[in-house]
Design a protein around this ligand. Structure first.
Ligand SMILES: *[C@@H]1O[C@H](CO)[C@@H](O)[C@H](O)[C@H]1NC(C)=O
Ligand SMILES: [Zn+2]
Length: 299
């Protein structure tokens, strides 16, 4: 009776020692951004470092990226830690056909009316399409496609990438997406992998008060986003840069949304790691800051 208990206590002791050794060696790694300085996952606005030093005064000068319906008291915040959001092959085929048949009318007339007219935006119409997806949320149940695999390294970020580094702005297909400030196109393209960004544009924005440069990625967009844009194309604050893409053009996601991510350094190409591994979180959060410094306190 006594021996097994002692043995298990000894095992527990060993486990504790080993755990603290592993922890200590992680801390010793030549990474200046220590885990213990970071706020916990899914923290509140302003808990994260304000890397671009965006003041409330400067934020008030930004144009909204999407115009949300004004009748909602609060736009719902979606819990993206559970389900996977990828569309099936047949959903993507149907969306492609729907786009060919009704795309022009839907995107250019109906959606404009719903999302752009100040009057219609105040009408209480029911839609579950609107919502926010959180920054710094661990989505290991959702990011199951090979795009997020350890083998697929993006800008030096490797490992099983599950921690979301942008904010998702959920809205109906075709909803206009606006540039929040002046800038120039850094890069534009189509990241076709299943679970990737689909049509995507990166804009080098110059902040209006500080003149600091930051790089913003707008992902999961529609085909029109890629038209008339190449590196260096000037972009003005409030300019429509494209629309929310459907699942045959947005990387295969069933819930239409814009992934908005902000970086302190230019990416290599029209891509940023939209998610990072738990191990890379300290360095990622020192590079891709909380988009609420641009969007305001949306949740
Ligand atoms: C933000 O402010 C800090 C502290 O004053 C400064 O060290 C840093 O360089 C600033 N960052 C930018 C991008 O201006
Ligand atoms: Zn996202």
């Amino acid at each position: 009776m006594i021996l097994p208990r002692d043995a298990s206590l000894f095992c527990l002791f060993l486990t504790l020692i080993t755990t603290s050794c592993t922890f200590a060696s992680n801390q010793d790694a030549n990474n200046p951004h220590q885990d213990d300085l970071l706020p916990p996952l899914e923290s509140d606005f302003k808990s994260y470092p304000n890397l671009a030093n965006i003041t409330d005064e400067e934020r008030a000068l930004f144009h909204p990226i999407l115009k949300f319906p004004t009748h909602f008291k609060k736009i719902p915040v979606l819990d993206c830690t559970q389900a996977t959001g990828l569309a099936t092959e047949s959903q993507r085929k149907r969306s492609k056909i729907r786009d060919k048949l009704f795309g022009l009318v839907w995107r250019n007339v109906i959606v404009n009316l719903i999302t752009d007219s100040e009057v219609v935006r105040k009408v209480p119409w029911k839609s579950s399409k609107w919502g926010f997806g959180k920054y710094d949320e661990d989505r290991r149940a959702m990011y199951t496609s090979s795009v997020f695999d350890a083998e697929n390294v993006v800008d030096g970020y490797s490992g099983a990438r599950t921690v979301h580094l942008g904010i998702d702005l959920g809205a109906p297909v075709g909803t206009k997406v606006y540039a929040f400030a002046d800038g120039v196109v850094h890069s534009v393209g189509y990241n076709e992998g299943h679970g990737d960004y689909g049509f995507v544009v990166v804009i080098e924005h110059t902040l209006p008060l500080s003149s600091t440069k930051i790089w913003a990625l707008y992902g999961h967009m529609d085909r029109a986003t890629s038209r008339n844009k190449s590196p260096g194309t000037p972009i003005q604050k409030g300019q429509v840069i494209g629309g929310i893409g459907d699942c045959h053009e947005n990387g295969g996601w069933s819930a239409p949304h814009c992934h908005f991510q902000v970086s302190m350094r230019p990416p290599m190409t029209h891509d940023m790691p939209g998610a990072c591994s738990v191990q890379d979180r300290p360095i990622a959060l020192s590079e891709y800051f909380d988009p609420r410094y641009v969007l305001g306190q949306i949740y």
